[in-house]
Write a protein that binds this ligand. Sequence first.
Ligand code: GLN
Length: 292
Amino acid sequence: MTLRDLARMGEQNLTAAGVPDAKHDAMALLLESFGITKSDYVLHGETDLIGTAPGTKPSFVKDLAASLEKYREGIRRRSEREPLQQILGTAPFMGFEFSVDENVLVPRGDTEVLVETVIGDLQGQTPGLTCLDLCTGSGCIGISLAKLAGMEVTLSDISEAALAVAYKNASVLAPQCSLVQSDLFENIPQRFDLIVSNPPYIRDDVIETLDPEVRAYEPRTALSGGADGLSFYRRIAADAPAHLRENGRLYLEIGFDQGKDVSRILTENGFTDVKVHKDYCGNDRVVSAAKG
Ligand code: GLN
């Protein structure tokens, strides 16, 4: 039995379970289970893991039985459509590794556009700016801004379990961040230079049509934006002005079809300079605005 055999078997199991990207996910689980890199796999993929003479166990294998069990369990969980990142316990975002679990949304590549837009807009002027990340989840947005742009960031979420994940990530990546448990602005008295958020924005009737990875495993509270998907934008737009300093700015992630609605909601609440920004697939993804 070789690593290549294991990769093939895992891929077959995942394919049979209807998992998209079965080959990729089996490989990620294999590398994680054996604690090896892709280069180890490339160099040692054909080495027999079991049939070698006593004392000649390949050096890249530390505990074969434990690794095999971990891999088997990982493939089983992924076959049930648990998200790969929840099984691995980590997800990449802006080049950093974020811890994740079932209490937070897995950081999405699309959300990086929010961070890039903020940094791009405020080039060079970000260090020392105060920033509130509402609905922070894993903390990926706020922590990236603290790390990459030197902002003073407050991470906030309604969920204590989500904040525990954000706390873990902040401890490793940006310990200077503050955390607060709050239903949007409820427990937040102060004003900020910036407010950023990727709030829940999926329409309730759409949630059941999503992939099982999302609808069965990601927290509903992180997904549901109410009947029309816009409830958090209305609440944020109404209350953000009182929490922004003069010239303060607001950056919100949006669904691909929400650019017009969210722009209108912001304008109705007195925001100016309202702009919609696209993601790398060409979809509307971020709305920015200035306190009017
Ligand atoms: N801010 C977090 C993220 O972008 C969580 C978002 C959410 O829970 N809707 O991943």
